[in-house]
Design a protein around this ligand. Structure first.
Ligand SMILES: Cc1cc2nc3c(=O)[nH]c(=O)nc-3n(C[C@H](O)[C@H](O)[C@H](O)COP(=O)(O)OP(=O)(O)OC[C@H]3O[C@@H](n4cnc5c(N)ncnc54)[C@H](O)[C@@H]3O)c2cc1C
Ligand code: FES
Length: 275
């Protein structure tokens, strides 16, 4: 793809609504490309602007698939487009999750809200190498039941024993999740972490979600005995250029777009203002 300033043309080949404010967009860039889970691209809507986004699935058959929330001006313009429309894409940018670090481990993935998007890409990358990884646990929390994304798919993976799935919602008047056959707690993701058992010596953890989520969970994972160099979080801060030119993303003296957005806890501890 194009990792410089000039976007490459990419066509929207499919749009799948997930709920009112989230859609799955499949894009076909003009040239073949690859994207590791956790890396990101800049999508440009001609005449409107650009925004950074990660992939929510490994690249397959030349398709970039992203789960996008209608958040503001540029994403709203994207939601007005239909299949067949042309966009621009720049990237891939950033480092992504070090998938090899998960070899021989029991992966523990923790997602809050839209943080499920890059973690779903990591999840699928790990599911594709069952001989290399042990038991996969996914803890995933949202505000309310309707905001749980990919629920049928995740419930299917749990039902066939491919992942240990624990869900939580902050608020719910009535929980009607039995139809998916997955337990869902009313509470915070922190409560899910306290309820799950894992062997810290075998665990590699990955987190993505709002800053409030990883701020309180990341050190809790370390206190549970997981070495800080085996705990990873992706920092989705404001990013513009993606290539270390605009300084929008600089945190604690580090260009998140170039050196991140995925960092291990031992690195995060040395970056002022990162957590
Ligand atoms: C590395 C990275 C990966 C991302 N992956 C995804 C993804 O997979 N799916 C997705 O929907 N979005 C993702 N985002 C967030 C996405 O870039 C923003 O939602 C988008 O820029 C909003 O653009 P806009 O012009 O529509 O809204 P704006 O008008 O720019 O913003 C709308 C609202 O969103 C807030 N906002 C904008 N950018 C961010 C941000 N980075 N973090 C927190 N709040 C923000 C603004 O403060 C404002 O309140 C990612 C961001 C980064 C940096
Ligand atoms: S996004 Fe421009 S320097 Fe990082």
């Amino acid at each position: 793809m194009n990792a410089g300033f000039l976007p490459m043309p990419a066509r929207i080949v499919a749009i799948e609504p997930l709920d009112r404010d989230h859609r799955l967009f499949s894009l076909r860039p003009a040239q073949p490309f690859d994207l590791r889970p956790g890396q990101f691209v800049e999508i440009t809507i001609p005449g409107v602007g650009a925004f950074p986004v990660s992939a929510c699935a490994p690249v397959a058959a030349g398709l970039l698939t992203s789960c996008i929330r209608r958040a503001g001006r540029v994403t709203e313009a994207l939601f007005q487009l239909e299949s067949g429309a042309l966009l621009g894409v720049r990237g891939p940018f950033g480092n992504g999750f070090p998938v090899e670090t998960f070899y021989g481990s029991d992966p523990l993935l923790i997602a809050g809200g839209l943080g499920i998007a890059p973690l779903r890409a990591l999840l699928h990358a790990l599911l594709a190498i069952p001989e290399r990884v042990g038991r996969i646990t996914l803890l995933y929390g949202t505000r309310e039941p309707g905001a749980l994304l990919f629920r049928e798919e995740l419930a299917g993976l749990a039902a066939t024993g491919r992942i240990d799935l624990r869900l939580s919602v902050d608020f719910a008047e009535e929980l009607s999740l039995e139809e998916w056959g997955v337990a869902c707690e009313v509470g915070l993701v922190n409560d899910l972490l306290r309820a799950v058992t894992f062997d810290p010596a075998r665990t590699v953890a990955a987190l993505c979600g709002p800053p409030g989520l990883y701020r309180c969970l990341i050190e809790e994972l370390a206190r549970a005995g997981i070495p800080p160099q085996r705990i990873f979080a992706t920092l989705e801060r404001r990013m513009r250029c993606g290539i270390g030119e605009c300084c929008h993303c600089v945190t604690g003296g580090v260009f998140l777009c170039r050196e991140g957005p995925v960092f291990s806890l031992d690195r995060l501890r040395s970056m002022e203002g990162a957590i």
